[in-house]
Design a protein around this ligand. Structure first.
Ligand SMILES: *Cc1c(COP(=O)(O)O)cnc(C)c1O
Length: 374
């Protein structure tokens, strides 16, 4: 069967190149954990996880146990870190799929521990990562009251089936190049690692650093912090793998290099369905939010908000037709959109329409969608 002409193209070759480029920016002793949460940022985890593993990713990161089980089926040899927490009743599935949970609540430890005991796991045979809240106030062990860390660390004792393999935290402003917020978080992290050491614990891995950390040149400092505590750095890039270069503000001069080396993995395309002439004064689309100011040529395109096109882009976006930007006029319908092709006289049914990607030297990036949508 053929399909309604609205599709995305995913280049696994570009994804693999992007992974290798980010690896080249990381210090030699650091490892990359490729984030594939959210269906690989909407790029299809089925397509992307095996490609990243083929490019050399030994670690993959997902939000949930459900996502982890899907990745396990695709990549039998990968380490899979669950960053979003393990929920009640999921311990058994987490262990059966050999997932590595990131934990910070006692009830999460209870969940994994009881599943491990039920499975007859030997002492310290299940590797887990401990998440610390170094300033994002979203998840992780709170470091405000010193007793919380002590109490959580007491879960790692010789008879426990759990072993502390990694300490993890998330940077909430790695895209701010003045680095003040990040410096504050790293100070808190450094002190927490010292405290963990004093309490007689050690983890092999320090898991910190997203795309902006790597592109903003912070990876060296993160690796040095890890080395000071006898740990190995695990960097966790996500969006940059897919070729969307995070904006770092104020702008960094060397980021243009990265922008040139990282290429978008995804293109989104549709086709012109029909073309019509309308007279001056014609209302276009629901509620006539656009009225033709002169006689115009309009092209109907087979894409709408049900396909993921943000409805707020009505009257404030352009798509590419024959290498030219064609303004989107009127409201976006569920499965259809209308473009003004008055300035593209050859536009005809069957023409390719690009929503994200390249056409005859012109490009539209995902950022243009998010900017237009606010
Ligand atoms: C999403 C996420 C990442 C990746 O962030 P990017 O900005 O996409 O590189 C890393 N770590 C955690 C905990 C995340 O939630």
């Amino acid at each position: 069967m053929s399909f309604r002409p609205c599709w995305v193209e995913i280049s696994t070759r570009v994804l693999e190149d992007n992974f290798r480029f980010l690896q080249s920016l990381a210090p030699a002793e650091a490892e990359l954990l490729a984030i594939v949460k959210g269906d690989a940022y909407g790029h299809s985890v089925e397509v992307c996880a095996p490609a990243l593993a083929a490019a050399g990713a030994k670690w993959l990161g997902v939000t949930s146990v459900e996502e982890g089980a899907a990745v396990r089926a695709l990549c039998p040899g990968a380490r899979v870190l669950v960053i979003g927490g393990v929920f009640a009743g999921q311990g058994e599935a987490a262990l059966a799929n050999r997932l590595t949970p990131s934990l910070w609540e006692h009830w999460q430890f209870d969940e994994i521990e009881s599943a491990a005991r039920a499975a007859g796991a030997a002492p310290q045979s299940i590797a887990v990562h401990l998440e610390l809240d170094t300033g994002m106030s979203r998840q992780g062990v709170s470091l405000e009251a010193s007793g919380t860390l002590v109490s959580i660390l007491s879960r790692f004792h010789p008879a426990s089936p759990l072993r502390l393999e990694g300490v993890m935290t998330h940077l909430y402003a790695a895209d701010e190049s003045d680095g003040a917020a990040t410096a504050g978080q790293l100070g808190v992290l450094d002190a927490a690692l010292t405290r963990i050491d004093e309490l007689g614990h050690w983890a092999e891995l320090l898991s910190v650093g997203n795309s902006a950390s790597i592109l903003g040149g912070q990876a060296g400092a993160l690796a040095a912090l890890a080395a000071r505590h006898g740990m190995k750095l695990l960097l966790r890039p996500g969006i940059a793998l897919y070729g969307v270069v995070p904006r770092i503000e104020p702008e960094l001069p060397d980021l243009s290099d990265a922008a040139a080396n990282l290429r978008p993995v995804l293109a989104w395309k549709s086709q012109v369905v029909s073309v019509r002439e309308v007279p001056q004064g014609a209302a276009v689309g629901y509620n006539g939010t656009f009225v033709a100011s002169e006689p115009m040529r309009l092209a109907l395109v087979a894409v709408g908000y049900a396909d993921g096109l943000d409805r707020s882009l009505g009257n404030r976006f352009s798509m590419l037709v024959r290498g030219q930007g064609a303004p989107l006029v009127g409201r976006i319908s569920m499965d259809q959109t209308v473009l003004d092709v008055t300035e593209i006289p050859d536009a005809a049914p069957g023409d390719e329409v690009v929503l994200i990607g390249e056409q005859i030297g012109q490009t539209i990036s995902a950022f243009e969608h998010s900017d237009a949508a606010g």
